[in-house]
Ligand binder design. Structure first.
Ligand code: ATP
Ligand code: MG
Length: 647
């Protein structure tokens, strides 16, 4: 993008005037002396034994705080037991049907200890793996904290995944025990989780025991000698289980990435470095104060649920909301109603979720008093400026900064974001702003040379950071190859980005989905943002299609806003609109109108599916797809369209 193109972008408005001197000062000092910087933060946690070395860096493997001994559940719970904090509410839970439960830190501590003992009694021990397939109920974090207490490595499988996806993950992790419930509520229906576990266990052999929580009260099969009810498992268990003193790099969890780009990868996180990083970033980004009510509705099945629903907020002694159901059930004002009811002050959501609720207009949020909000956040995808502004104006009532947080399962915690705690920089809608302290991010060309401001390239991280994953479970070769080979010495996240002339970072989409049109590289997000900027378009997905002359041509699938109908006239108008925003090279070749887009269960568009369909190729593994019907629909729309062109 040229200078003039960049400055003509509509996102140059300033939100919150610059008070960033502190922020930049801390960032610079952290980069000059990362080990001192990180060890000072680690000291804010409780260690059973101090570390001998801050960082043992044998490229590409980093060990943080080696020699140090630590325990996650101790840091999230035991630390508060000697003070008034123990009576503070850790979780306010609401069921989809309106049921309510609250748990103080003390109550959480008690239940975690009993369940940790239940796990020990069932024969799991330090070093074993266990798998979760659970609905969003308080027993879920309880069981996770119990696992960490005894040094068991856990892996969470999102409860919307199929039996075969669950079986693959159990087989890869060789989990000995599975924790599930009879069923879970979602959009008024009951998901029969235990039945799915039974089906998965037919394809696995490592599992010895299954713990089943009674939640939906439905008929299920209990296999003798293998399946145990949760309420039976905790009978006659101890009030206190000594937390294991774990090596800092003891594996805390394995999380299989959502698979947006193909076969899931088992991202393995350690303990001491991960906790330090999640602790620090929660503080910098969310700046949680004692009276804040924090809500991150992400399912625990995603990394956001691990880092910023469980560990980060608990390490800060925060009060969090936990909600069992879907954000649009029984209607799309559920979240706004809950923010009002519980006086939520910090809300951390996704661009897809925001766009989905935005489609229903301003009236629904305006029915509720959202004045308690003081800080908003987003994660998961770039947020298009139009959705950013809606979030800012309508949800935040123009008074809440928005932290747009870029990070990945692999990074363990937020890497790029504004930081209210350190002094907020001016925000630009759609930009994740700057790297957090200690994060040495850059944008480079194919050869690994730094790009100038205003030039697009590959995002890289040049120094290890405590939250980084240890490796890919059972596959260190793939770890080296995927993340460290493209730019030797640098971590390569696989995202395409640009820094504008003020140094702000903008994420442009996945690097392997970048389009190459007549020698110009275009991020999918650039074209999608231009599409949704048009009032008629609610959502868009872009893919490249091989083209003999141009290399690739641009294919767009668009969902229209309510009240708009597909027409050739609109198609021409949209083509011209994109052309006028991004220039002639970005003119879409084909635009299809669809009712839905293929998305992962976490709500991200599966562009590789869109691309395969657009170019008539096989769509590959879609076990993590939200709704298989959308793939068929995309194919059908294309077929119909092609036919109508031929007619
Ligand atoms: P897989 O790695 O299996 O393809 P995934 O990448 O979707 O799945 P996550 O680790 O949950 O799994 O997502 C991280 C990715 O999401 C980032 O690499 C980036 O592409 C995108 N992302 C996350 N947050 C942001 C953000 N604030 N702005 C732009 N992109 C983001
Ligand atoms: Mg990824």
């Amino acid at each position: 993008m040229s200078d003039s193109e960049l400055s003509s972008l509509p996102f140059n408005e300033r939100y919150f005037q610059d008070s960033s001197s502190n922020y930049h000062k801390i960032r610079n000092s952290a980069l000059d002396n990362p080990e001192t910087f990180w060890s000072n933060i680690a000291k804010e946690l409780s260690w059973f034994r101090d570390w001998d070395e801050v960082l043992d860096w044998k490229l590409p493997f980093a060990k943080w705080f080696t020699g140090g001994k630590i325990n996650a559940s101790f840091n999230c719970l035991d630390r508060y037991m000697g003070s008034e904090l123990k009576n503070k509410i850790a979780y306010i839970w609401e069921g989809e049907n309106g049921d309510k439960r609250t748990l103080t830190y003390l109550q959480l501590f008690e239940q975690v200890n009993h369940f940790a003992d239940a796990l020990l009694k069932l024969g799991v021990k330090k070093g074993d793996r266990i798998a979760f397939y659970m609905p969003m109920v308080p027993e879920f974090p309880i069981a996770i904290l119990a696992a960490t207490r005894i040094g068991v490595t856990f892996t969470v499988v999102f409860s919307g995944f199929s039996a075969s996806a669950l079986a693959d993950r159990i087989n890869d992790s060789q989990a000995k025990l599975v924790i599930t419930s009879d069923g879970g509520f979602r959009r008024g229906k009951i998901l029969k989780l235990k039945d799915i576990v039974d089906e998965a266990l037919d394809k696995t052999s490592s599992v010895e025991k299954v713990i089943v929580l009674k939640r939906a009260d439905i008929e299920i099969n209990m296999t003798e000698n293998r399946d145990v009810w949760w309420h039976d498992s905790i009978k006659n268990t101890r009030d206190f289980v000594e937390p294991e003193q774990l090596e800092s790099d003891h594996p805390l969890y394995i999380l299989y990435t959502s698979g947006t780009t193909g076969k899931p990868k088992g991202v393995l996180h350690g303990t001491g470095g991960y906790l330090t990083y999640v602790y620090a970033t929660t503080k910098w980004v969310f700046d949680i104060q004692n009276d804040d009510i924090y809500w991150c509705p992400a399912d625990i099945g995603w990394v956001t649920g691990h880092s910023y629903f469980i560990f980060g907020p608990l390490l800060q002694g925060a009060t969090s909301i936990m909600y069992e159901g879907a954000p649009d059930y029984p209607n799309p004002e559920r979240l706004w109603e809950m923010i009002d009811k519980y006086k939520v002050s910090i809300f951390y959501f996704t661009p897809t979720g925001i766009r989905a609720l935005m489609k229903h207009g301003d009236e629904l949020p305006k029915k509720h008093n959202l004045n308690s909000l003081r800080l908003l956040g987003t994660v998961g995808e770039p947020i298009n400026p139009a959705a950013w502004k809606w979030y800012y104006d309508v949800i935040g009532n123009k008074k809440c900064p928005i932290v747009d947080t870029w990070w990945q399962t692999e990074t363990g915690g937020i890497m790029l974001s504004a930081s209210p705690h350190l002094g907020l920089v001016s925000l630009k809608p759609g930009s994740a702003t700057f790297p957090l302290p200690g994060i040495d991010a850059d944008i480079v060309d194919e050869q690994g040379n730094s790009m100038k401001f205003g030039e697009k390239g590959f995002l890289v991280i040049k120094k290890p950071w405590p939250g980084m994953f240890l490796t890919l479970y059972n596959d260190s070769e793939r770890y080296k190859q995927v993340y460290w080979e493209k730019f030797p010495g640098y971590y390569y996240p696989g995202d395409y980005a640009i820094r504008d002339h003020d140094g702000y970072f903008w994420l442009l989409g996945r690097a392997d989905e970048v389009l190459n049109v007549a020698g110009h590289r275009l991020g999918t997000i650039e074209i999608e943002d231009a599409m949704v900027e048009h009032a008629a378009v609610a959502e868009a997905a872009v893919a490249g299609k091989p083209d003999e002359i141009k290399g690739e041509s641009i294919v767009v699938f668009a969902i229209l806003q309510k009240g708009n109908n597909p027409s050739t006239k609109l198609r021409v108008e949209l083509r011209n609109h994109v052309r006028s925003v991004l220039g002639p090279v970005a003119t879409p070749e084909e635009i299809y109108f669809v009712n839905m887009l293929p998305k992962t269960r976490s709500g991200k568009i599966m562009r590789r599916v869109v691309k395969a369909v657009a170019s008539g190729k096989d769509i590959g593994d879609v076990t993590t797809l939200e709704d298989g019907a959308s793939v068929d629909e995309i194919k059908r729309t294309i077929d119909e369209f092609r036919q109508s062109v031929e007619d």
